[in-house]
Design a protein around this ligand. Sequence first.
Ligand SMILES: [Fe+2]
Ligand SMILES: [Fe+2]
Length: 374
Amino acid sequence: MTIKSVETKYMQGREGLMRSLMNLDRRSFIKVSGAAAAAVMTKGLAYPHSFQPVTVAGGAASGGRAVEPFRFAYISDSHLYEKQLNDRFVRSLLRAVDDVNALDPQPDFVFYGGDLAQLGQPAELELGAQVLKALKAPVRMMVGEHDWYLDMGAKWRELFGQDIYSWDHKGVHFVVLNSVVEEDFWTARGLTPMERMRTVAGLDNRSQSNFQVGEEQRAWLRNDLASYADDTPLIVFSHSPLYHLYQAWNFWTIDAPEVQRILSRFSHVTVVHGHTHQLLTNRIGNIHFHGLLSTAWPWPYAPEGLPELTIQMNRPNPFNPQDGCGNGHVEVHADGLVDKVYNLWNRNPITVERAYLVSNGLQSRPAASNAASY
Ligand SMILES: [Fe+2]
Ligand SMILES: [Fe+2]
């Protein structure tokens, strides 16, 4: 029996992925597979992949001064269709994977912010899982509404595990919530699973309920945080923003004020959310909020109620479908607060430093986007 090295296994897995995505154009394949091969050869590294990585235990109740600085990367909102229907979004996700794999130093993990699929279909979710396996670093997953409402999360949980969980890493306590829980609007109307999914996917159709975390999950959160001291740095992930931004587009989590109250006793809290597909910065009390970029498309800004700290990324170029999309990473500092880096494709990266939020916008104002607003 031939024993394969980890490198060989990795490259064979990678080749299998590329073969399975054959309808993508040849140039995209060569670019992404070439980048991975070069990284493996130059560094002599191999990257066994898992969606449930082993984590480093940080001391519970260890306090803000115990953080060992680190970075994590993020990718979000890829909205994959089956590749026969639309392969542009698959290529965009591959571009994000390339960007993250090129980070030096590599992030401790990659966080995926939800809406991997467009209509929660098994083929869409499986395609996304396959592509994300090309990441070198371990991946942590969160659900979005587009992943969930066809089968109420069954396929997603089969591929990625729990939707609500927490862990400790280098002195920071991380929490992942499912903030896209909706009241049952479908049973009384006799909707099929796909009708339910399409209703939720239509953000501004007003024929669904609001997103919420819900009482059951809030009780879980209170319990999860109970043993942590007030000065333990917290980073919380939610797909929809954990504040009220713009209800007509479901940029809104209805019980967000109650979740904020649970978090309010902590002195260093960052909430990172997907769903809004844009640069978005907010602060409420002690809580710093950052949005994630989408790899698929940028949403316009809400017509009213934009948080004052937000530096707008300008209106994207309609002739470049990847303009205003991207990925990025988060630098976690020794005090437990974070700098958020937006790697906007086609533009300058924009960093929103922790000093900007701490000073309520008086210091360290982020550079604006260097591209024209169309
Ligand atoms: Fe999305
Ligand atoms: Fe979403």
